[in-house]
Design a protein around this ligand. Structure first.
Ligand code: GLN
Length: 481
């Protein structure tokens, strides 16, 4: 399939049925292990025919006939929602996530559920109960995580749009490693109703696509208030949607370059640095002004994130007790043993590690030293961004310190894995939007993304900047849509 496919679909140059048939054929042999489950082909063809009829009748909705893939920690009807965990292996949600419902209402066709790190806890998509995702750019390497299946499905053209979830980088980092576009929206901009909770004050569903325009159209479809999520923002930004501002350019915008992310001390891989610098040049050529800024509390972001995220995870995952949800151990003599056995059998090592860590930092005597202190540092990190955004419209940064690494390389070293999140966790702690836009590849052909961050509700600004980088830094990219 060509990467202009969305344009061709809208122009009626290719039918939804042809697109779906190509996907069904390619997905039969899911060499990248991108999917946990797929919708029945006859059902997909039926929906595609419906989309073609709507287009012929001039009644096409904004995403009519777009095949989309949904991360398997987002609830859907008709397909299991496993969160990549043995404990939810057979779980069928009785309802659909609001974001998925909105995609369907806009005409999209859900093709399947994508592979991920168990409960979204990871940076490599290696810990799911069905095994690791492989990176389409190099199948011996990780796809990034935890939305690695969504990113790989897009890169392998098994879907034209996808949803991921981002608690500390899980949309942006796999997007960067697989060469696709991914947005973590402002906290509260997209409903979390139907997202399986990992760390509720950080979690956000985000759109992913092969092009900036595709990502913007998905975002426009899923964003907005939802009564079913108490943290959903009631404000509706004025003005046109993100897809309608892409051509407005960046002339006159001021973009900050955070010293802590780009300076010598950041230990950035030289190839990543050179791609991010190319993205910065692209913005300067397009008329944006750049200036150095400082985010002094950056060095505490990973520690702060892993205290808050694990604390919230330990509480959120208490519901998997073998009684109400998912896997139930056999041969338990009493209730306490049922809980213990079901959880011991159902959760993987990384999830257990986090539950233990989170329980520890919330426990009496340690709460003040760890959890409460982390909350205070979280405020300092948020204030760093607030002061930076008094001077600049947005920030440019790397997404990850290195390109995708070899499968297995960091699996047994949790700390090494956590440090991969150095540039992404701050946006979640501050609740601000951030996105990853493909910025070319390393000498070995591995994709590298550049990160754009902005103040709350600045998604239209980020999309305009992303469009410029996308056009300039990806040879075959110009004119994609
Ligand atoms: N890698 C981070 C973690 O393991 C982020 C995961 C995510 O955003 N879901 O927690």
């Amino acid at each position: 399939m060509s990467r202009d496919i969305l344009k061709e679909l809208r122009a009626g140059e290719i039918s939804s049925l042809e697109v779906i048939d190509a996907i069904i054929e390619a997905a039969q042999d899911d060499v990248f292990n991108a999917f946990v489950s797929l919708v029945d082909p006859s059902e997909l063809r039926e929906q595609a025919r419906g989309a073609d009829r709507a287009r012929e009748a001039g009644e096409a909705r904004p995403l009519e006939g777009w095949p989309v893939a949904i991360k398997d920690n987002i609830c859907t009807r008709n397909l299991t929602t496993t969160a990549g965990s043995k404990i939810l292996e057979d779980f069928e949600s009785p309802y659909e996530a609001t974001a998925v419902q909105r995609l369907r209402d806009a005409g999209a066709i859900v093709v399947g559920k994508t592979n991920l790190d168990e409960f979204g806890m990871g940076s490599s998509s290696e810990t799911s109960h069905i095994g690791p995702v492989r990176n389409p750019a190099d199948p011996d390497r990780v796809a990034g995580g935890s939305s690695g299946g969504s990113a790989a499905a897009l890169a392998a053209e098994l879907a034209l749009g996808a949803l991921g979830s981002d608690t500390g980088g899980s949309v942006r980092q796999p997007a960067s490693h697989c060469g696709v576009v991914g947005l973590k929206p402002t906290y509260g901009r997209v409903s979390r109703n139907g997202l399986i909770a990992y760390a509720s004050s950080l979690d956000q569903i985000g759109p992913m696509a092969s092009t900036v325009e595709g990502c913007a159209r998905l975002f426009d479809a899923i964003a907005g208030h939802d009564d079913r999520d108490a943290t959903s923002l009631a404000v509706e930004p004025a003005g046109p949607g993100c897809a309608d501002v892409l051509s407005e350019g960046v002339d006159g915008m001021t973009v900050g370059l955070p010293e802590e992310y780009l300076g010598e001390a950041s230990r950035l891989d030289p190839q990543v640095r050179s791609r991010v610098e190319a993205a910065i040049e692209a913005l300067e050529e397009a008329g944006a002004e750049t200036t150095s800024v400082s985010l002094p509390h950056t060095e505490y972001a990973v520690a702060t994130y892993y205290l808050i995220a694990t604390a919230e995870a330990s509480s959120n995952l208490a519901r998997y007790d073998g009684v109400r949800f998912g896997r139930r151990a056999e041969d338990a003599d009493d209730l306490a043993e049922l809980y213990k056995k079901s959880r011991a059998e159902g959760f993987g090592d990384e999830v257990k590690r986090r539950i233990i860590l989170g329980t520890y930092v919330l426990s009496a005597g340690y709460y003040e030293a760890y959890y409460e202190k982390a909350q205070k540092v979280r405020t300092l990190i948020r204030r760093d961004f607030e002061s930076a955004f008094e001077e600049v419209d947005a920030l440019v940064a790397p997404v990850a310190p290195t390109p995708a690494w070899t499968l297995g390389e960091k699996r047994d070293d949790p700390l090494e894995m956590y440090l991969e999140d150095i540039f992404t966790t701050s946006a979640n702690l501050a609740g601000i939007p951030a996105m990853s836009v493909p910025s070319g590849t390393t000498d070995q052909g591995l994709p590298v993304g550049t990160q754009l961050l902005g103040p709350a509700l600045s998604e239209p600004v980020l999309f305009r900047l992303a469009q410029k980088i996308f056009e300039q830094c990806n040879d075959e990219a110009s004119g994609r849509g």
